[in-house]
Design a protein around this ligand. Sequence first.
Ligand code: NAP
Length: 325
Amino acid sequence: MSKPKLYLTRILPEEVMDYISTKFELRFNMENRIATREELIEGIKWCDALLCLLSDKIDAELLSLNPNLKCVSNYAVGYNNIDVAAATRLGIAVCNTPGVLTESTADLAWALMFAVARRIAEGDAFTRAGLFEGWAPKLMQGYDVFGSTLGVIGAGRIGSAVARRASGFNMRVLYFNRSKKKIDNCEATQVGLDYLLKESDFISLNIPYTSETHHIINEKELSLMKRNAIIINTARGACINEVALVEALRKGLIAGAGLDVYEHEPEIMPELLTMQNVVLLPHIGSATYKTRKVMGLLAVENILDVLSGRIPQAIVNNEVLAKIN
Ligand code: NAP
């Protein structure tokens, strides 16, 4: 029996590539860069299923190119890069990788919290530059994490995991979320967004990017925050108005920011690159060896399930399954 055709937009970890090659007739972008639109067009026209990344914009035009395309499997939990409404209209299943990257991403949010509060990146650069001349009372003072207030915006899988870690640091935890959540092993209080912004020392964004959450942190929201507040974004860049963030940091309205994602990724506002109270990472929330492998295997299983008429572990538009098989 012939194998189904898979187009993969970028090389994945080796174990995932090995598994894929046993299951599919494979074409993939062999360069270590984001696939071009021309490559996406060619790949999509040819395949039964597409395995893509959050950096691939899969719009209605691309989805319409191939009536045999059955599944778009995103190597990410966020799927704002895919026109899900168009896929649903066209009977194409859209899958993602929820759950398997939760703890790694929550760890990274915490790493950013500490890095900004305790000036880790700045201190490292200072020391390597040979500027350390011995212990000094006012050298690199920062902010306490222990005993402070954490505000989580979006208390889903990752937001809850971020909140849970706070119990180890004796923190008060507030969260803003559409529905009420019971977070295991964490006493967290659901509050309105404005209250969370006014009360929190650390604010972690863990909300998906949608039309409702576009610029959920804007000029007004930044103005409500404490002067010592540190904002952490491991969600999606455009949840924050980056221009307003730069302005708030420049004016000292907040104390710092830890960013893994950017509004116009991979471009970053040049001002951010010059600010000492900002820690910048290249979108590596889920980037551990283990997690990137498990994400890949889940993304592949999702496709195999769709193509063989099973209900995939993680599908975003369930309603298309009846149409596919
Ligand atoms: P999730 O479990 O779906 O959690 C999202 C939470 O946000 C849910 O609790 C949801 O509330 C809430 N929410 C959604 N829209 C809202 C709104 N308009 N107002 C208030 N609350 C709203 O998702 P997750 O797995 O935690 O992932 C969250 C996001 O993190 C992803 O979408 C992705 O963009 C990002 N992410 C980034 C990285 C990285 O590498 N930096 C890695 C993984 C994920 P309800 O439960 O009431 O719907």
